[in-house]
Design a binder for this molecule. Structure first.
Ligand SMILES: Nc1ncnc2c1ncn2[C@@H]1O[C@H](COP(=O)(O)OP(=O)(O)OP(=O)(O)O)[C@@H](O)[C@H]1O
Length: 251
């Protein structure tokens, strides 16, 4: 595996009761890029994402992350290696402030999950990094707001900040635009672009204009298999891709 490739799947497959939801999928995600996984309804995107993030165990195939075979590792182990799925750590506490949420995520990263009794001293020490993260996601002026007072778009920004607290090399975003109001989409798009600097991002996303704006590379799945790969211009001009989308909700 070339060191340029941070995440590699080889012949990744999973069978549910005789049905191959994902079959022989090869993926090569280049370090430092934004890579999108797209495809019509039922193509196997979520299943593939769950395989890569270790929420499902493949029937066959291999996954390597940053030079290590992670096929048999669990979600917590891969998070420690620097591959973090956004919602997995994004248990945003609604009745805590934005700053407290980020600080607790930082504290969790240092392995002190349940040291709430140490709160005052240890949490204060994490403050400068928490402030940096809030700045990075544009929430500085909301630092004292309760998480549940934030708009949906800002909640997503807070989730991303709590993900960044784990210092990921690679972030996996599951439909980051789902449920976003139109006015939030540009802001979250910019945020993803900003946090992608120096990191790798893999996202499953239905919003194709967001995919077109952000992605360096796109893998199109259909019926559990890779149908096409390339940049947006390449895959969107592919007749097989157009055909696969035809007649679906996303056509
Ligand atoms: N646990 C399961 N048991 C049986 N079949 C499953 C299971 N999970 C997914 N499938 C099937 O596998 C196929 C792929 O599903 P998946 O959710 O991965 O597609 P998707 O591309 O994410 O679709 P969507 O865009 O609609 O979210 C579908 O036919 C689905 O019904």
């Amino acid at each position: 595996m070339s060191s340029d490739i941070i995440l590699q799947a080889e012949k990744l497959s999973i069978q549910f009761k005789g049905f191959w939801a994902v079959k022989d999928v090869d993926l090569n995600i280049r370090r430092g890029t934004i890579h999108a996984l797209i495809g019509p309804n039922g193509a196997g995107k979520t299943t593939c994402f769950n395989l890569l993030t270790k929420f499902l165990i493949p029937t066959s195939g291999k996954i390597h992350f940053d030079g290590q075979d992670i096929t048999r590792k669990g979600p917590a182990e891969i998070a420690q290696l620097g591959m973090v799925r956004s919602f997995q750590i994004s248990a945003v506490f609604p009745s805590l402030s934005v700053l407290e949420n980020v600080t607790i995520a930082l504290q969790r990263n240092r392995g002190n999950s349940f040291d709430f009794w140490k709160r005052d001293t240890s949490l204060r020490a994490l403050n400068p990094r928490a402030e940096e993260l809030l700045e990075e996601v544009g929430l500085t002026s909301y630092r004292n707001h309760l998480a549940n007072e934030l708009s949906y778009g800002r909640k997503r920004a807070l989730e991303i900040a709590t993900t960044l607290a784990l210092e990921p090399k690679m972030m996996l975003l599951d439909e980051p635009m789902a449920g976003m109001a139109v006015e939030d989409i540009d802001r979250i798009t910019e945020l993803i672009r900003r946090v992608s600097k120096g990191r790798t991002i893999l996202m499953v996303e239905h919003n194709l204009s967001v995919v077109a704006t952000l992605s360096d590379q796109i893998t199109v799945l259909a019926r559990g298999q890779v149908l096409a790969e390339g940049d947006y211009a390449t895959v969107s001009a592919n007749p097989q891709v157009l055909e696969a989308y035809m007649g679906t909700a996303h056509a």
